[in-house]
Design a binder for this molecule. Sequence first.
Ligand SMILES: Cc1cc2nc3c(=O)[nH]c(=O)nc-3n(C[C@H](O)[C@H](O)[C@H](O)COP(=O)(O)OP(=O)(O)OC[C@H]3O[C@@H](n4cnc5c(N)ncnc54)[C@H](O)[C@@H]3O)c2cc1C
Length: 674
Amino acid sequence: MTRPTAAPRIDSARLKTHVDALNALAVDCSPDASSIHLHNGRDTSLPPADLHGSYTNNRPLPTEGIADRHAYIVGSGIAGLAAAFFLIRDGHMPGANITLLEALKVEGGALDGSGNAEEGYLIRGGREMDMTYQNFWDVFSEIPALELPAPFTVLDEYRIVNDADKNYSKARLLEKQGQLKDFSTMGLSKLRQLELIRLLLARKEDLDDITVEEWFSQDFLNTNFYMFWRTMFAFQNWHSVLEMKLYMHRFLHLMDGLNDMTALVFPKYNQYDSFVRPLMAWLKAQGVKTQYNTIVLDLQIEAGDKTLTTTAIQCRHNDKEETINIGARDLVFVTTGSIVEDTAYGDGDTVPQLTLAEHSPAAGSGWQLWKNLALKSPVFGRPEKFCGNVPASMWESATLTCTHSALTDKIKALSVNDPYSGKTASGGIITFTDSSWLMSFTVNRQPHFPDQPADVLVVWVYALIMDKPGDFIKKPMVECTGNEILTEMCFHLGLIEQVDEVIAASKVRTALMPYITGQFMPRAKGDRPWVVPAGCSNLACLGQFVETHNDVVFTLESSVRTARIGVYSLLGIKKQVPDIFPGQYDIRRLLRATRTLNNDEAFLGEGILRRLLGGTYFEHILPLGPDEKPEDLHKPGMFEQQLSALRTMFEKSQTLDAPKKWIQAAIDTLRGRR
Ligand SMILES: Cc1cc2nc3c(=O)[nH]c(=O)nc-3n(C[C@H](O)[C@H](O)[C@H](O)COP(=O)(O)OP(=O)(O)OC[C@H]3O[C@@H](n4cnc5c(N)ncnc54)[C@H](O)[C@@H]3O)c2cc1C
């Protein structure tokens, strides 16, 4: 049983000199690694902006008077829950001083998981995850495990599951009604690779409001690379190319696991049971209060000369209007915008009916709260950029609860392990590349729900294109019942003959999400508020629609990051939140990614690198070809091949013997050879 933690009483007499110096130090809670020239010097008492690991696991000291301060957190998605966690663990705020205000009757926001085997389970999505979700794993390295006794944590459990059960896919792409399509390479020609390199080199500030299809050629959009990319991360052609760039940098270390999904890790169960349930249990044990059925309508904000101070929260609690006054030293955290707001649900026989919340200043909705804030000051950004074009931000998912049928047999054939074994099944999404809806499905580890019967499989299906008729069902997905969606899926799996049997053995529940990719909509500087918008003394914005220096959106990690930055900034905690994992600066990852994007063939200059580094201490930084072993790096050949390729690139009469000799001499000198 977790006990509430009391703020530690610190007798700082012996550390006074250093504590005073620390208190006087100006600490940027969210340093920007992409704008700092890394060096050691008299000005570097703090760790580098993106240092991760044990040295950054220090516990900050409590700030003055913390036991008497209170915090109100609007929204109990992972951002809100993480804010409560960091207030307690790093801010030393008593849990009983924290209140979560949640519009719904359940916590978790996008992290859902409900239903049962009889009526059908429901998940709006699955969670592809990465080992470098540093802030997220920091939280869950402290939260008691679900199925292990104390002192084990959710992270311990997650590692046990994933360390011994590698995720990979053997059927990432399908076509022609159930035929495997080659997904071994990215299919990028040299010119298409240059389009990507151009994006990596572009400055962030030069990409305002530019879309993916404006940046890339049509040929690029037809490559395997883009198929992997858009279906894995849910990018649309009309989305922000800046977001795509940020993803490239943030996940550059995953590039060689993009095609077969070896880059990913997954939870054992659905995201509600895996993460929300244990985190919520810990917060409750700490005394955190949750007020459900409470929609926050607006904040009263007093504008000073250069400051904005939140003085009250106006909300509707169980249909009654209430005002919560905010004390002079109290804090407010608001989740601005939600990708799952206004989700419409359907089932096997019904079509989800979209009813969007009325967006007027007095109407209660998450988006409206952000709009109301934006009316008060430009520092809160422009919410309509993200929620103002529903056809462009909407897609639908379906959850199938399946007993044995031709569908489960087919799933077995496409899975890397027996899907009933508890181990990785499909290993991530499988995409029908010739589907007009661009439909994908995934079978995560089973059972996906703790109470799921052993003979049931839970399958998640989604599609990206919402306005085109299907290939068998001649209607757009949004006009279909769950059984019609299942029929379209059976068509693409080559199971149309058996569709009646499959429908009889499956329950379908659907979720149409009008803002699911609102966070990817084209945006420009100033469209999203900073975590603590300029001038705000006691208000932080959390979630997916908030500016950070380098993090991406549509991840668990980025919501947790905003929560942590918000808590540290408002409390004045003398500690940095490390910037994104610095994999993009690791030469090994860069070389590996370069080769992967070059369809796993040697890239220009790789021959010289092999000549230079082969047989030296640094040999291991060189990427290996698909069938190569480390000892193959010593084989001659690539250097000469690349030189002769270069030769043909230049005018025929030009001889490269002289430069070749010069390069060889330089290499020999460098390596101490005569
Ligand atoms: C289908 C799907 C697939 C996904 N796949 C992945 C994935 O593979 N990997 C990954 O890392 N991430 C994934 N994500 C993203 C990730 O789950 C979300 O980014 C994250 O959970 C968002 O959390 P949040 O707390 O910021 O917002 P939300 O989860 O949207 O929570 C916001 C909460 O605030 C409440 N709220 C909002 N406004 C108000 C108000 N005015 N008053 C009271 N309450 C309010 C809402 O009711 C809601 O509960 C996916 C999400 C979905 C939906």
